[in-house]
Design a protein around this ligand. Structure first.
Ligand SMILES: C[S@@+](CC[C@H](N)C(=O)[O-])C[C@H]1O[C@@H](n2cnc3c(N)ncnc32)[C@H](O)[C@@H]1O
Length: 358
């Protein structure tokens, strides 16, 4: 299946550099591994030779899926004491680069797909929709994906980042996030079999609304404003640019799980809110190499956010114009990051959740 460079406005596909620039998200997955191991120790597993079925929801290029899925294959086989077949379905939105995903799965020496009796495939559909037949799954894993909304109710005026939204726009984003999260949980509650588990690492914020990335997002917003002033993008394009995410508070993650109907079928086993270290800044503090720091921060930002920001460009834009705007965004962000590394210090907040289907 082929991917596309042109996601719909409001979609959150990653850029083609995601496989190379996803160390930050990899660190988040590290926080999820202990929960995954506890899920593997306690969830229901097939004892009759039938396949164990696991979903990886929001897989992107699959780089950060390899370690958790290898743990799943090993964990299931340790539990069953047999070479239980394992089927893995990696899902993402249609705009995802599925070629990159299959390159990772088939080309990486670390890939779990080399194991015997393991069957990997992919599905291009939003996880806010039904993805599997009823009671199909033993386990679902989703890392750093559920903060991407199904749609943005409207642009965040004066900024590209939702956590800077105020007033009615902020409330509309919060309401969209509530609906999306409830839809996600409702579908997974139906798709998981009784005794199955769901492990989610979700982009989060503290109770005061801070995602931990405000400095970086402010810098990016300033640079995009400069691009509009320089005429590289129009002011209408800049005004439309919104990263379609909402970083939920721990309470926003937990609220639907405390009330009927979801509380009846889903049980929260554990949850936590963690702040990730700034890997780029840590490396800079060791090396003093501001240029490498700026390159790392810019690569991360462009891989994660440029496709959704640039989906706001006019459809008639030529490749040369888009590439000039991308180059100017990279140059501006690199310059700001190199000039003041502390100003773009980023400690993404992540909620970790392990849930059992009763
Ligand atoms: C930051 S990447 C995380 C990828 C990977 N799980 C990891 O840990 O590195 C977020 C992924 O979520 C996907 N995503 C966003 N909205 C989605 C949706 N509604 N349904 C499925 N995937 C979605 C994006 O396309 C992207 O590939």
């Amino acid at each position: 299946m082929s991917g596309s460079d042109s996601p719909q406005v409001g979609e959150g596909a990653m850029g083609h550099g995601y496989a190379r620039h996803s160390r930050v998200q990899h660190r988040a997955a590290d926080h999820g591994m202990p929960l995954l191991h506890r899920a593997l120790e306690t969830m229901v597993v097939p004892r009759d030779g039938s396949p164990f079925r696991v979903a990886d929801l929001g897989a992107a290029a699959g780089t950060n899926s390899l370690a958790p899925l290898r743990a799943v294959v090993e964990g299931v086989r340790a539990r069953t004491g047999a070479r239980t077949p394992v089927t893995v379905v990696h899902t993402d939105i249609p705009a995802n680069d599925f070629n990159a995903l299959f390159d990772t799965l088939t080309g990486s020496p670390d890939s779990y797909v080399q194991e015997p009796d393991v069957y990997a495939c992919a599905q291009a559909r939003s996880f806010y929709e039904p993805l599997f037949p009823t009671a199909e799954l033993h386990l679902a894993w989703s890392a750093i994906a559920v903060h991407w909304l199904s749609r943005v109710p409207g642009p965040v005026m004066g900024h590209v980042f939702s956590s800077r939204a105020t007033g009615a726009v902020r409330e509309a984003l919060r309401e969209q996030s509530r609906q999306d999260w409830e839809a996600f949980l409702t579908h997974r509650a139906r798709e998981l079999r009784s005794g199955g588990q769901l492990v989610v690492l979700g982009g989060a914020c503290t109770d005061d609304g801070a995602s931990g990335a405000e400095g970086l997002m402010d810098a990016a917003d300033d640079v995009l404003g400069d691009l509009a002033r320089q005429g590289l993008i129009t002011s209408a394009e800049y005004a439309r640019m919104t990263i379609p995410t909402w970083n939920r508070t721990a309470e926003e993650f937990l609220a639907p799980l405390r009330t009927e109907p979801l509380a009846e079928v889903l049980k929260v086993e554990e949850h936590d809110l963690v702040a990730l270290p700034d890997l780029h800044l840590e490396r800079f503090e060791e090396s003093g190499d501001a240029a490498a720091f700026a390159e790392g921060v810019t690569g991360f930002f462009q891989a994660a956010f440029q496709p959704s920001l640039f989906s706001a460009l006019d459809p008639g834009r030529s490749e040369a114009e888009v590439s000039a705007a991308a180059g100017a965004l990279a140059e501006g962000l690199r310059a700001r990051a190199a000039a003041d590394p502390k100003a773009v210090e980023t400690h993404w907040h992540v909620v970790t959740l392990r849930i059992t289907r009763r």
